[in-house]
Design a protein around this ligand. Structure first.
Ligand SMILES: CC(=O)N[C@H]1[C@@H](OP(=O)(O)OP(=O)(O)OC[C@H]2O[C@@H](n3ccc(=O)[nH]c3=O)[C@H](O)[C@@H]2O)O[C@H](CO)[C@@H](O)[C@@H]1O
Ligand SMILES: C=C(OP(=O)(O)O)C(=O)O
Length: 417
C-alpha cells in the first residue's frame, strides 16, 4: 500500500492548477445514462473515483472513450445490464447515483446499497422515498435496492434533511418523468447546479437549481451535449489552507472564488491576505495563523469537506478554535492522528476544541478517509521532521496528482511503497 513521506517546514509558493470537481463529475457521468446519444465531458479529473465510476458505467453497457485532453465521450445507446453489483459499488458511495437515471430510462434498476464509509452511517432513505413518491415500487433485498416503475410520475417531494446526492439522484430521475417534479429543501451546492446545467444542455427542463426548490418538467427523451465540469472547490480550499498553514504565498488557477466564500472568509479571519480574479485566487499568509471557530452546514455555509483541513490549521494557530461538525456523525477520525503529531485537541460530542501549539512533530499517521487524509498532509507540511502518511489510497479518490502539485509549490513530498 502506498504511503506519502513528507518533510515539514517548507513555505509553499508558486502556482497550482485546480482539476475538475470530483463531486460534480460523479453525478454528471451518471447523467450520461439518461440519453441514447453521446455526452462529451471536458475537465474530467483523473481520480480513482472517476475510474471506478467509468468501470461501473462500462459494466452497464455504456461506451466510454477517454481522450488525452482530460475529456471523455460517453454513450449509452442501450444498456446490457440494469444492475450495479456490490463488487463495483462497494468502494464508492456516489455509485448510488446510477439508480435514478437507470430507473427513469429503463423502468427498472437493481443497485447494491453503497458500502459504509468511515465518516458516518450515510443512509439513502431519502433517495428511495423520493423515487417512491414518483411512483416507483422499491424493495430492499439481499443488500440490493430493486426499483421498478413503467414510467416515473412527477411529484412534490420534501426532503427532511438536505442531501446532495439525494437531490441529484431525484433531479436526474425527474428529467424523464411524466409531469412536473418539485424538489423541496433541495441541496444548493454548486455541484447540483453544475449537474443541472449539464442536464439542461441535454434537453432537460429544470428551474431553480442552486435554490432550495428545484422544479423539473419531465420530457420524453434527452439528447447529446457537451459540458465542461466545474473546478473542484474542495481541492481549491485544501491548497489555500496549505499555503496559510505554511505561511506561504500561492496562486490557485482554473478555479472560482464565488463558490467558496465561506472558506475564504475563514481564511481571512485566520489572517490570510486574499485576492481573487476571474479564474484564480491568491493567498498570502505573513504571520502565524489565528485560530478560527467554525461549524459545518449545507451550502452556502462552511462545507463539511473542508472541516478536517481547518482543524489542521487550528492545530498550529495562535489561540483556541472550535470545530463543530453537523453533517456526519463520525467525521473526527483525523483527531487522533493529529494528536500523534503533537496536536492538542479534545472532542466533546460533535465539537472539537483545538488549542494551537507552537509546533507539530513528524510521526507515522494513518489516513482514514478522503478529507482526513488531506488534513494530515497539511499538518505534516508544518510538522518538524518527517511524517509518513499510510493508506493514502483514500487521497487518490479525490486529489489529482497530489504529490506533484505540492512538490511544484515547494513541498518535500514523495510517494513510497
Ligand atoms: C459524491 C458527493 O457529492 N459527496 C458529497 C455529498 O455526499 P452525500 O450526498 O452522500 O451527503 P448528503 O448530503 O446526502 O448527506 C447529508 C446528511 O444527510 C443524511 N442523509 C442523506 C441521504 C439520505 O437518504 N438520508 C440521510 O439521512 C446523511 O447521513 C448526512 O447526515 O455531500 C456531502 C455533504 O456536503 C459531502 O461531504 C460529500 O463529499
Ligand atoms: C465524503 C466525500 O466524498 P464521498 O461522498 O464520495 O464519500 C468527499 O468528497 O469528501
Amino acid at each position: 500500500m502506498d504511503k506519502l513521506a513528507i518533510q515539514g517546514g517548507a513555505r509553499l509558493s508558486g502556482e497550482v492548477r485546480i482539476s475538475g470537481a470530483k463531486n460534480a463529475a460523479l453525478p454528471i457521468l451518471c447523467a450520461g445514462l439518461l440519453s441514447a446519444d453521446k455526452l462529451h465531458l471536458e475537465n474530467l479529473p483523473k481520480l480513482k473515483d472517476i475510474s471506478t465510476s467509468l468501470t461501473l458505467l462500462g459494466h452497464l453497457g455504456m461506451q466510454v472513450s477517454l481522450d488525452d485532453q482530460g475529456g471523455v465521450a460517453l454513450q449509452a445507446a442501450h444498456l446490457d445490464k440494469l444492475e450495479a453489483p456490490y463488487e463495483l459499488v462497494k468502494t464508492m458511495r456516489a455509485s448510488i447515483l446510477v439508480l435514478g437515471p437507470i430507473l427513469a430510462r429503463y423502468g427498472e434498476a437493481r443497485v447494491s446499497l453503497p458500502g459504509g464509509c468511515a465518516i458516518g452511517s450515510r443512509p439513502v432513505d431519502l433517495h428511495i422515498k423520493g423515487l417512491q413518491a414518483m411512483g416507483a415500487e422499491i424493495h430492499i433485498e439481499h443488500g440490493y435496492i430493486h426499483a421498478k416503475a413503467s414510467r416515473l410520475k412527477g411529484a412534490r417531494i420534501f426532503m427532511d434533511t438536505v442531501t446532495v446526492t439525494g437531490t441529484e439522484n431525484l433531479m436526474m430521475a425527474a428529467t424523464l418523468a411524466d409531469g412536473t417534479t418539485f424538489l423541496e429543501n433541495a441541496a444548493r451546492e454548486p455541484e447540483v447546479v453544475d449537474l443541472a446545467n449539464c442536464l439542461i444542455a441535454m434537453g432537460a427542463r429544470i428551474e431553480g437549481a442552486g435554490s432550495d426548490v428545484i422544479v423539473i418538467e419531465g420530457v420524453d427523451k434527452l439528447h447529446g451535449a457537451t459540458h465542461k465540469i466545474m473546478p473542484d472547490r474542495i481541492e481549491t480550499g485544501t491548497y489555500l489552507v496549505a499555503a496559510a498553514i505554511t505561511q506561504g504565498q500561492i496562486r490557485v488557477l482554473n478555479t472560482r472564488a464565488d463558490i467558496i466564500e465561506s472558506v475564504l472568509d475563514k481564511l481571512r479571519e485566520a489572517g490570510a491576505h486574499i485576492d481573487v480574479g476571474n479564474d484564480w485566487i491568491s493567498l498570502e499568509m505573513r504571520t502565524r495563523p489565528k485560530a478560527v471557530n467554525l461549524k459545518t452546514a449545507p451550502y452556502p455555509a462552511f462545507p463539511t469537506d473542508m472541516q478536517a483541513q481547518f482543524m489542521a490549521l487550528n492545530c498550529i494557530a495562535e489561540g483556541v478554535g472550535t470545530v463543530t461538525e453537523t453533517i456526519f456523525e463520525n467525521r473526527f477520525m483525523h483527531v487522533q492522528e493529529m494528536q500523534r503529531l503533537g496536536a492538542d485537541i479534545s472532542v466533546e460530542g460533535n465539537t472539537a476544541l483545538v488549542r494551537g501549539v507552537d509546533k507539530l512533530e513528524g510521526a507515522v499517521v494513518m489516513a482514514t478517509d478522503l478529507r482526513a487524509s488531506a488534513s494530515l498532509v497539511l499538518a505534516a507540511l508544518v510538522a518538524e521532521g518527517e511524517s509518513i502518511i499510510e493508506r493514502i489510497y483514500h487521497i487518490d479518490r479525490g486529489y489529482e496528482c497530489i504529490e506533484e502539485k505540492f512538490a511544484q509549490l515547494g513541498a518535500s513530498i514523495r510517494r513510497v511503497k
